[in-house]
Design a protein around this ligand. Sequence first.
Ligand SMILES: NC(=O)c1ccc[n+]([C@@H]2O[C@H](COP(=O)([O-])OP(=O)(O)OC[C@H]3O[C@@H](n4cnc5c(N)ncnc54)[C@H](OP(=O)(O)O)[C@@H]3O)[C@@H](O)[C@H]2O)c1
Length: 304
Amino acid sequence: MNYNKPKEIVLITGVSGMISKSVAMLLKLNNFEVRFLSRTKKASNQFVWDFSKNYIEPNALTNVQHIIHLAGANISDKRWTKKRKKVILDSRIQSTKLLFEEVQKHQISLKTFISASAVGYYGTTTKDVIFTEESPCGNDFLAQVCILWEKESDLFSTYKNTRVVKLRFGVVLDSNGGALAKMIKPITMGIGAVLGNGKQYIPWIHIEDLCQLLLYSLNNSNMIGSYNAVAPQHITNKQLTNLLAYKLHKRIWLPKAPSFILKLLFGEMSSIILKGNRVSCEKLLSSKFTFKYPKIDEALDNLL
Ligand SMILES: NC(=O)c1ccc[n+]([C@@H]2O[C@H](COP(=O)([O-])OP(=O)(O)OC[C@H]3O[C@@H](n4cnc5c(N)ncnc54)[C@H](OP(=O)(O)O)[C@@H]3O)[C@@H](O)[C@H]2O)c1
């Protein structure tokens, strides 16, 4: 690595997020200067924004060459009321709109705009079909969020030829929180159970691979458009629950948690855990990206 080269500045949206913390560390190690946009300011490299007021702190975008847009209200924190759905949607769409307006207003010469999206783009549905980037989009709430989010991100490609990369994340497995912590907790308490019929697929990716993919997307000009950010190995809820129990030296003795109870408990949000989809990472592999953790067994050994 050439440390004499001037550092390129990457603006990451969301500072408290599970992914933003990890990717920021990796980018710094790779000679990038990192700035954040956040709803609250706690350090000098953090800038405040409020998309509901169309506000971004002055100079947040000065000399920025890349944006990684990760901010968005968590989809599994609260029940999906009408109000919560609006927050989930607005925090992604309005924030992207605001970023685009600011980039144009200040004539920022952006090289790359990378946005998170999700495999929810294809709809959560347990079918044998394996979704590729060419597959049609779904029609449930999360699919609508992803479609609109990606559409908004595409605007950047109309401005100064900015390269746009949209990464459709699978469930990101990290030892510091997120879905893995939620899956582990009941198992360690001895009340783990397979959810629904257990046949739903869980497209997943190890946090380290995801951060490497974000870095790879910054550095490689041949990365353009949408990519499924999921590991090659496909796994169902039943297989993952049993594997976690095995690795944690626990037994799954409870019967499967019935779908109707989970629907009562979580409402429409239950679709995240009761339905899944099977997603291909062939396009990423063809782009010469290599996974450190292609297999769930090794990923869990590393994370647990
Ligand atoms: N983790 C996964 O398994 C997964 C899977 C698929 C897609 N994704 C997507 O990838 C992105 C990053 O994921 P993550 O797990 O790191 O998310 P996270 O831990 O929930 O963090 C999201 C970030 O968004 C900001 N944020 C939260 N609520 C907001 C709101 N109402 N308005 C504006 N900003 C808000 C927060 O930043 P501040 O507090 O600093 O403002 C927070 O740091 C998310 O958009 C998520 O939907 C994640």
